[in-house]
Design a protein around this ligand. Structure first.
Ligand code: ASP
Ligand code: MG
Length: 451
C-alpha cells in the first residue's frame, strides 16, 4: 500500500440521513488513499443533546429524545439487517436517557461532554454498518483511545505528544489494513472521562489526526463546494477560490466566513498538510485547496461580513493629561477579560470593537455593569450597536498603491464608521450600519471581483 494517506472529515449534513451517508461513503471510496474517516454527529443531534444536558422537564426530555431517536432510526430503517445496530443504538439512547435525568439534578460541563459525545458515537456506528452492508472492509474506532486532552470540558486542549504516540501505535497499523471510521469532536482526559474540543470541533480532530499520522492531505467535506470570494447567499455570482493560503483562509474565518473552523488550520499549518474543502452533495463540483503557498496570490482574495458588531468610542476627559490613557483603558479591559478586536485612535479618543468570537455572550452583554462604570470614570463612553464589520482579505494590501481609491470610491453613498488599514497586509476592515451590510458587500464584490 502506498504511503499516501488522506484523512476525510464529514460534517453533520454529510451524515444526516441514509442517502447522505451513502454519498459520503461514495466519496471515501472514490479515492483509495482515504483511509481514515472522521465524522460529526448527524445534523441536529448535537444541539438536541446539548439541550438535554441543560436539565429539562420530563415532557421536554421525551420530546428531545424522540427527535434524536427518529433521526437515527430513519437511517436504521433503511438497512438490510437493522437488528444488531438497532440494539446498539438503543443502548446508547438508554444511556442518553439516564444521563439527561442526571442533568435535571445537577448539570456540569463534564456531564454535558459525556452526553453530547453520544452523537458522534451513533453516527459513526451507523456509517460503519452501512459500509459493512456494502461489503467494504472497515473498522469502527473509538477516537478517545488516541485523542487525549486536558480536562477543560467543553473546550479541551489536545495533548499533541500523546495523540501522536497513541495514533502511531493504535491507528497506523490498522490503516494499512482497512478504512477506519472514527468520531470527530470528542476526546478523553487523564482519568478517562469524555471531553469535547468545542463546537464544530470535528474539523480540528481531522487535522490533529492528520498531523499525528503525517497525512498527505485532510479533506473536509461539507455542504458547500469550497471557499468563495464571498458568501454566495449574498452574492450568487461569488466565485469559488481554487487555491488559497492558510493565512488567507484563517483571516477569512476570523472575519466571519463560515466554512472552516479557524483552529482547524493550526495543526495543518504547523505540519504543512494541505486541506481540501469540498461538498459531499456533489463530488464533481470541485472545491478549494488550502495550503502553505499559492501561485500568484492576488491582491484581493475575498470579502467577509461579520454582523452584530458594537463600536465603543472612548473620549479622554482630560486632554492635557492624556498620557497613559490607552494603557489605563487596556488595563480595565484586561481586568474584565475582554479582547479588543479592531482599534483606531486619535489624540484624545480611541474607538474599538470587541472580539466576541468563540464567546456565547454578545458584545452587548460584555459591556454591562462594572466595566462601563470603570471606563466611564476615566473617559466619556459612546456605544454604537448593530454595525457590521466588512473585511477585504488579500495579499500585500499594505504595500499596494491606489487601494484606497479602488476600495472606497465604490462606497461613496455609504457611511463607513471605522476603517482599519495598514496593520495587516492581509486585510482592510471597516464598519458600516448593519442594514447596509449586504448592499455594501454586493457593490464592493462587483467592483473588486467583477460580478
Ligand atoms: N457535532 C459537533 C458540533 O455540532 C462537532 C462538529 O460538528 O464538528 O459541534
Ligand atoms: Mg459541524
Amino acid at each position: 500500500m502506498s504511503q499516501i494517506l488522506i484523512v476525510a472529515k464529514f460534517g453533520g449534513s454529510s451524515v444526516s440521513n441514509f442517502d447522505s451517508m451513502n454519498r459520503s461513503i461514495d466519496i471515501v471510496l472514490s479515492n483509495l488513499n482515504t483511509r481514515l474517516v472522521v465524522l460529526s454527529a448527524s445534523e441536529g443531534v448535537t444541539n438536541l443533546l446539548i439541550s438535554l444536558s441543560e436539565g429539562q422537564e420530563k415532557a421536554q426530555r421525551t420530546y428531545l429524545l424522540d427527535k434524536i431517536r427518529s433521526i437515527q432510526y430513519s437511517i436504521i430503517n433503511c438497512l438490510k439487517l437493522p437488528d444488531i445496530i438497532r440494539n446498539e443504538i438503543d443502548r446508547i439512547l438508554l444511556n442518553i436517557t439516564m444521563l439527561s435525568e442526571t442533568a435535571t439534578l445537577a448539570t456540569s460541563d463534564a456531564l454535558t461532554d459525556e452526553l453530547v459525545s453520544h452523537g458522534e458515537l451513533m453516527s459513526t456506528l451507523l456509517f460503519v454498518q452501512i459500509m459493512l452492508e456494502r461489503q467494504i472492509k472497515v473498522k469502527w474506532f473509538d477516537v478517545r483511545k488516541v485523542m487525549y486532552t486536558n480536562d477543560r470540558f467543553g473546550h479541551a486542549d489536545p495533548d499533541l505528544a500523546k495523540i501522536k504516540e497513541n495514533s502511531t501505535v493504535l491507528l497506523q497499523p490498522d490503516i494499512q489494513e482497512q478504512i477506519i471510521v472514527t468520531q470527530g469532536f470528542i476526546g478523553s482526559e487523564m482519568k478517562g472521562r469524555t471531553t469535547t474540543l468545542g463546537r464544530g470541533g470535528s474539523d480540528y480532530t481531522a487535522a490533529l489526526l492528520g498531523e499525528a499520522l503525517q497525512a498527505t492531505r485532510v479533506d473536509i467535506w461539507t455542504d458547500v463546494a469550497g471557499i468563495y470570494t464571498t458568501d454566495p447567499r449574498i452574492v450568487p455570482t461569488a466565485k469559488r477560490i481554487e487555491e488559497i493560503t492558510f493565512e488567507e483562509a484563517a483571516e477569512m474565518a476570523t472575519f466571519g466566513a463560515k466554512v472552516l473552523h479557524p483552529t482547524t488550520l493550526l495543526p495543518a499549518v504547523r505540519s504543512g498538510i494541505p486541506v481540501f474543502v469540498g461538498s459531499s452533495k456533489d463530488l464533481t463540483a470541485g472545491g478549494t485547496r488550502v495550503c502553505n503557498n499559492t501561485k500568484n496570490p492576488p491582491l484581493f482574495r475575498s470579502l467577509t461580513l461579520r454582523r452584530k458588531q458594537t463600536l465603543v468610542t472612548l473620549h479622554s476627559l482630560n486632554m492635557l493629561h492624556a498620557r497613559g490613557f490607552l494603557a489605563e483603558v487596556f488595563n480595565i479591559l484586561a481586568k474584565y477579560n475582554i479582547c479588543v478586536d479592531l482599534i483606531t485612535t486619535s489624540e484624545i479618543s480611541v474607538a474599538l470593537t470587541l472580539d466576541n468570537i468563540g464567546l456565547t455572550s454578545t458584545s452587548d452583554s460584555l459591556l454591562t455593569g462594572n466595566l462601563l462604570i470603570e471606563l466611564s470614570s476615566l473617559c466619556r463612553v459612546e456605544i454604537e450597536k448593530n454595525l457590521a464589520l466588512i473585511a477585504i482579505i488579500g495579499n500585500n494590501l499594505s504595500k499596494a498603491c491606489g487601494i484606497g481609491k479602488e476600495v472606497f470610491s465604490a462606497l461613496q453613498s455609504f457611511n463607513l464608521r471605522m476603517i482599519c488599514y495598514g496593520a495587516s497586509s492581509y486585510n482592510i476592515c471597516f464598519l458600516v450600519p448593519g442594514n447596509d451590510a449586504e448592499k455594501v458587500v454586493r457593490v464592493l464584490h462587483k467592483n473588486l471581483f467583477g460580478s
